[in-house]
Design a protein around this ligand. Structure first.
Ligand SMILES: [Zn+2]
Length: 393
């Protein structure tokens, strides 16, 4: 029947949104049942985004909506109001930290809205733009909560999440054998960083999440969850849920954009700024192949790119491909000793410094060979949650 959405409950003292939903479901009165928990990733540049930028929603069924709303009122007061004003943790230490401003939304009937959802994954949404709902609580978090409810879920994947017990401390304990089993399951994805050989299942740092396993199907998510939870060296969890999610759907991107490179600057750390016919594009060093390919580009190259535009309208590249590259002008090589010939001065031709052979030709056109053919994408560990892996396209 109805849907409940929740967002912006993250804080340093816990309050991870998925865990808050788990607690809320545990506390539901007997006359309410739940189904279809979902985890919806939103626009990564949202000004007040939370850690991981995820909102959650769940379908609730009851014969007594009035009592359910009373229960939710109480639960809101007891558990969520207190989180307002908490400062969230972030992987990006350079950005302004906004205090949590939890929001909860209830709609009596299932609703979906493709247009609203698309803008929530690709642009900033204001509170004033929210559609009217049956009941809402709190502030900024209502934006994500609403988007999670309105997500039409035309493409989806799954993530099984388990949470640590409240008194767990220190490094997460996950059974090695079970980890390998899960990572090798067909239909799980983004479980391992192939370059470093490290597991991506457990979050780092201060998070109540014990692990999250992404899968293309619900059955596999469920199966993987049970393997890892039951691994003999896996620490006990306080519980788990399998979420339907918009992760790896590519929903945040429109069609690729074709552009001509006007100029390129490579910044100190290897980040690349491209001025193109379609505005400024940026490739971060962490995007690895995307940055390497960007570094190779020269003026006049025609490229295809895709990514999100930030608040300054700079496109952050998540996909890049060379469509047509300029040839390069090079000095010809000496026919005798194959050394590159040097100019003897303006209009005076070239000379080989080794054997003094001369040539009247100044330049030859050489085709440049791009280091990568076809689309390139950042490695799993620096890819957005929403990004669709290339091999699934
Ligand atoms: Zn020579």
């Amino acid at each position: 029947m109805g849907w409940l959405g929740l967002d912006d409950t993250d804080s340093l003292n816990g309050g991870c949104t998925t865990e808050v939903l788990f607690q809320l479901l545990k506390d539901l009165p007997e006359f309410v049942s739940y189904s279809n928990p979902r985890l919806v990733r939103l626009w990564p540049f949202a000004q007040r985004r939370t850690r991981g930028n995820a909102a959650v929603a769940v379908e609730l069924t009851t014969e007594n909506e009035k009592e359910l709303l009373k229960h939710l009122d109480d639960w809101w007061i007891q558990h969520l109001i207190a989180l307002k004003g908490e400062i969230g943790t972030s992987n990006h230490s350079d950005r302004t930290q906004y205090p949590a401003d939890p929001g909860m939304v209830w709609v009596s009937e299932a609703m979906n809205d493709e247009v609203f959802y698309k803008s929530a994954v690709s642009s900033e949404i204001q509170l004033s733009e929210l559609p009217s709902v049956t009941r809402h609580w709190g502030g900024n978090g209502r934006i994500g909560a609403t988007a999670a409810i309105l997500w039409p879920a035309t493409h989806f994947t799954y993530e099984a999440i388990a949470w640590r017990e409240d008194d767990s401390e220190g490094p997460r304990q996950l059974d090695e054998e079970a980890l390998t089993l899960v990572e090798d399951l067909e239909d799980t994805f983004l479980c391992r960083n192939p370059k470093l050989g490290t597991s991506l299942l457990a979050p780092r740092g201060n998070s109540p999440v014990l692990f999250g396993i992404r899968a293309w199907s619900k059955d596999v998510a469920q199966q993987a969850l049970s393997i890892l939870e039951n691994g003999k060296d896996t620490e006990p969890s306080k519980g788990s849920l399998v979420f339907q999610t918009n992760q790896a759907t590519g929903d945040h991107l429109g069609k690729p954009i074709e552009a001509v490179v006007r100029s390129k600057s490579i910044l100190k750390k290897g980040h690349v700024v491209l001025e193109t016919s379609e505005g400024q594009w940026m490739a971060f060093r962490q995007s690895h192949t995307v940055a390497l390919l960007s570094q190779w580009l020269i003026e006049g190259d025609i490229i295809l790119g895709n990514g999100l535009r930030d608040e300054n309208n700079v496109l952050h590249l998540e996909l890049l491909q060379v469509k047509q590259s300029m040839s390069e002008q090079k000095r010809p090589r000496c026919k005798v000793c194959n050394k590159s010939m040097k100019s003897m001065g303006k209009n005076q031709g070239l000379r080989c410094k080794k054997c003094n052979q001369t040539s009247s030709r100044g330049w030859i056109e050489v085709e440049r060979v791009a280091p990568f053919v076809g689309w390139v994408q950042p490695p799993p560990s620096s890819r957005r949650h929403l990004s669709k892996p290339l091999e699934e396209r």
